[in-house]
Structures are given as structure tokens and as C-alpha cells.
Design a protein around this ligand. Structure first.
Ligand code: ATR
Length: 272
């Protein structure tokens, strides 16, 4: 029987993960099956246990279960432990290993696919929810000159600053706090784009920006990306690359093989 994997979330019908992992499996000749698993909002744990008891080897975890997956894990990687969120579970004997590949996926997309080194750059990270938290350590490990965390509710950004400031130079505030400053890389990790909203950013922030990045994606550039481009950002990118790269990291954790991501990113872009 083929090894069985799935992505678990609620809702899940829109997930691109089955498509991505099927492409990886084909490319690397892995005999595996990958499905989408809808869990009731109050039924994450029994759904996972059921999948596991039927021989499931691993899961990708998406909204809204990343914190529950973190609590459910018996072992954690350092990056998952610090992010306090898990997007990948691996089942081995009695062990449930929780990992978080989101940050590694973002960093790889920015540096390798988009060709923008993070080392010594000034980075503005917008948002202080789970999406932002999951990428801070991997960003800091690339040694930016500065990582500023901006959030509508500034105390949440400040809490993240306190948590991570031993790993690099970190500042925080609300969006207007950064008025008069410029950043080389601006990353939108808020959920504003989901609702077609644009955080209120200070004018001039994009004057030196080489890359504006939105973790969300869609057929059209998000309002954030359009605004960044109009305001001087030289390059814009949505989160498709990150989505495929985080999946590739999960695939590697499960199968010990690194799939090629470029053709899969191109395939996804053509169908979205
Ligand atoms: P996630 O896990 O996806 O990060 P979350 O924990 O609900 O989701 O966090 C959503 C983030 O988007 C928060 O940083 C939120 O700001 P607040 O902490 O002030 O709520 C941010 N956000 C959502 N809509 C926004 C908007 N229209 N403008 C600015 N920030 C927004």
C-alpha cells in the first residue's frame, strides 16, 4: 500500500497542497498518496488520530489548526517550538514530530527564486499574528541589518520584538511608527489581503524597496502589492512561491528527497 499523507484544515476545499505534493511525488518517483482532510472546527485531534490509526504517515496543517498541531506534537523542531505553531506533522512509531516549514519556505522563495539576499537588509514585517510569528526566526537567521515588526495593534508587535530580540536587531510599532523610514524588503504577513484591505502604511516607506512581498496570493496582485508598486517598490511577489517552498520542505521531512520547485510554481501560476 502507498504511504498516505494529507493536508488538514477547515475549510480545505481550496487547498493547493494535494496538487503540489502529487507533482512532487511524480517528479521524484515516490509511491505515495496525498489527500485533503476536512476536520470539524472542534474535531482536530480525533480526525488526526483516525488518519494516523489508518496508517497515515504525515500531515500538513493549515488554518485554523496550527496551534492545536503544536500542542498535539510529542516532539518539536526548534523552529516549530519558537514559532509555537506547527504546519507539518510526521508520524513515526509512537512519536508525533511537529515542524514549521513556513519561514524556511518564505526565505527560500525570497533568496533563491526571487534572487533577493536578506543578509544586511532592512526588513519590515507587517502583522503580528501566527503568519508573522512563524517566519521571524528564519528571517533573523539570514542576518538582516534590521527586522521591524509593524502591527495595527502595536502591543502584539512589541511582544514579538521581546521574544525575538536576542536573535538579531528587532524593532516594533504600529504602521505610522515607521513614518520617515525606508526598507529594502517589505513583507505583508497580515490577513488584510484576504479581505481586500490595505493596512495604512506611511507614505515614503517603499522609496528604497527592492522587494514587496505578500504572503497571500490570487489571480490579480493584492491591493498591498499594487500600492507598493505605485509607491516605488522595484519588484513585487505574492505567496505562491512560499506555498510551494514550504511544501517542498515538508516533503523533504517525510521522504528525505528535495523536489524541484520551479516547475511546480510555474504550473500553479498558470492555473490560479
Ligand atoms: P494569522 O495567523 O493569519 O496571522 P491572525 O492571528 O488573526 O492571523 O492575525 C492577523 C494579522 O493581520 C494581525 O496582525 C492583524 O492585526 P491586529 O493584530 O491589529 O488585529 C492583521 N490584520 C488583519 N486585517 C488587517 C487590516 N485590515 N489592516 C491591518 N492589519 C490587519
Amino acid at each position: 500500500m502507498n504511504d498516505s499523507y494529507a493536508v488538514i484544515g477547515n475549510p480545505i476545499a481550496h487547498s493547493k497542497s494535494p496538487l503540489i505534493h502529487a507533482a512532487f511525488a511524480q517528479q521524484t518517483n515516490q509511491s505515495m498518496h496525498y489527500a485533503a482532510l476536512l476536520a470539524p472546527l472542534d474535531g482536530f485531534q480525533p480526525t488526526v488520530e483516525n488518519f494516523r490509526s489508518q496508517g497515515g504517515k504525515g500531515l500538513n496543517v493549515t488554518v485554523p489548526f496550527k496551534l492545536e498541531a503544536y500542542r498535539f506534537s510529542t516532539h518539536l523542531t526548534e523552529r516549530a517550538s519558537i514559532a509555537q505553531a506547527v504546519n507539518t506533522l510526521k508520524f513515526e512509531r509512537d512519536e508525533i514530530l511537529g515542524d514549521n516549514t513556513d519561514g524556511a519556505g518564505l526565505v527560500r522563495d525570497i533568496e533563491t527564486n526571487l534572487g533577493v539576499p536578506i543578509d544586511n537588509k532592512r526588513i519590515l514585517l507587517m502583522g503580528a499574528g501566527g503568519a508573522a510569528r512563524g517566519v521571524i526566526l528564519p528571517l533573523l537567521q539570514k542576518k538582516p541589518a534590521l527586522l521591524s515588526i509593524a502591527n495595527r495593534t502595536p502591543h502584539k508587535a512589541e511582544a514579538l520584538q521581546k521574544l525575538f530580540d536576542t536573535y538579531g536587531k528587532v524593532t516594533s510599532g504600529d504602521f505610522m511608527h515607521f513614518s520617515g523610514e525606508t526598507f529594502d524588503i517589505v513583507i505583508n504577513a497580515t490577513s488584510a489581503s484576504l479581505h481586500d484591505e490595505l493596512p495604512e502604511l506611511p507614505i515614503g516607506i517603499f522609496a528604497q524597496t527592492g522587494l514587496a512581498y505578500d504572503m497571500m496570493y490570487g489571480r490579480e496582485p493584492t491591493r498591498f502589492l499594487k500600492f507598493a508598486q505605485q509607491s516605488g517598490a522595484r519588484k513585487i511577489a505574492d505567496g505562491i512561491g512560499m506555498l510551494v517552498e514550504q511544501a517542498a520542505e515538508s516533503f523533504y521531512l517525510w521522504r528525505n528527497i528535495k523536489p524541484e520547485t520551479k516547475p511546480v510554481i510555474a504550473m500553479l501560476k498558470s492555473i490560479i
